[in-house]
Design a protein around this ligand. Structure first.
Ligand SMILES: Cc1cc2nc3c(=O)[nH]c(=O)nc-3n(C[C@H](O)[C@H](O)[C@H](O)COP(=O)(O)OP(=O)(O)OC[C@H]3O[C@@H](n4cnc5c(N)ncnc54)[C@H](O)[C@@H]3O)c2cc1C
Length: 250
């Protein structure tokens, strides 16, 4: 039985469309920063499972997740209603393309997320290894409304010479209204951070967002000399869908 019944230990609502929750951790549940797992709810005896990136660092006792709330979504319409003490089922199998072993070590590591695609990157920046493998980590988070800038305070508290943070908000007035992918492709990102332009020889990129962002960035990187990690080998960029389906974000 790969699914383990676990209890919700806390819930935090960020915006009408996003919330985080923590759960107890199944015994012997081993994972790496950046991986995802399948979790679900049982409704009338039937399990409704969905993929979820793990927000927490493996050293934490509980597991943490960041979730979208799709009002008519089979899972999240129910998940969003739950509170402390309610139960979720968590699979023991973890996997994913956003671990540190999915890119070669390098100078600057760019983490580009939209919406809940931030989740695996919070896990990475909570860990220690990312700072051992890279001189600098640059986290770019694009959302539609400022309320969706989840984990903003935590990220800002971690910001320093080793971690830079670029939040962007596309549908409300904000200091930065451009999408992260556009900042990267246009070079504005490097100018605003006073960093050398990203270079496939020295730098690495991880992508986790809506299908449109993933596609645009993948096409751009491939056309500009970057190599994607796949079954053939470890390249200088890697990608994971934050969700599957029609692009719901911009
Ligand atoms: C590898 C992987 C990792 C994932 N990690 C996360 C995660 O950490 N947090 C998370 O909330 N979801 C994540 N998802 C999406 C998740 O599996 C579910 O799709 C989501 O929880 C909604 O489930 P649902 O049954 O309510 O709606 P679904 O029927 O699954 O989806 C309904 C609609 O909502 C859109 N949608 C689904 N998920 C999102 C999202 N996250 N943001 C914006 N639109 C979305 C879809 O395009 C779809 O059209 C991940 C998906 C994959 C493939």
């Amino acid at each position: 039985m790969p699914y383990h019944e676990q209890s919700i230990t806390s819930v935090r609502r960020w915006s009408p469309k996003t919330f985080s929750f923590t759960t107890t951790r199944p015994p012997d549940f081993v994972f790496e920063n950046g991986q995802f797992v399948t979790l679900g709810l049982r409704r009338e005896g039937k399990l409704v499972p969905r993929a979820y990136s793990i927000v927490s660092d493996p050293r934490e006792a509980d597991l943490e997740f960041l979730s979208i709330h799709v009002p008519d979504g089979a899972l999240t319409s129910q998940l969003a209603e739950l509170g402390v003490g309610d139960h979720v089922w968590i699979n023991s199998k973890v996997t994913g393309s956003l671990t540190l072993d999915h890119v070669q070590p390098g100078r600057n590591l760019y983490l580009l997320a939209t919406g809940t695609g931030l989740a695996p990157f919070i896990s990475l920046i909570r860990g220690e290894k990312v700072y051992e493998r890279f001189e600098r980590v640059i986290l770019v988070h694009s959302v539609r409304t400022a309320a969706e800038l989840s984990y903003r305070e935590e990220i800002e508290a971690r910001v320093g010479e080793r971690l830079r943070y670029v939040p962007t908000v596309t549908r409300e007035p904000h200091a930065n209204n451009q999408r992260g992918a556009d900042l990267f492709r246009g070079g504005e990102l490097f100018r605003m951070l006073d960093l050398p332009a990203a270079d496939p020889e020295h730098d690495r990129v991880m992508l986790c967002g809506n299908p449109q962002m993933n596609r645009e960035m993948t096409d751009y990187l491939k056309a500009n000399g970057w190599t994607m990690t796949n079954y053939k080998g470890v390249g200088n960029f890697t990608v994971e869908q934050a969700f599957v389906g029609v692009a719901a974000g911009d």
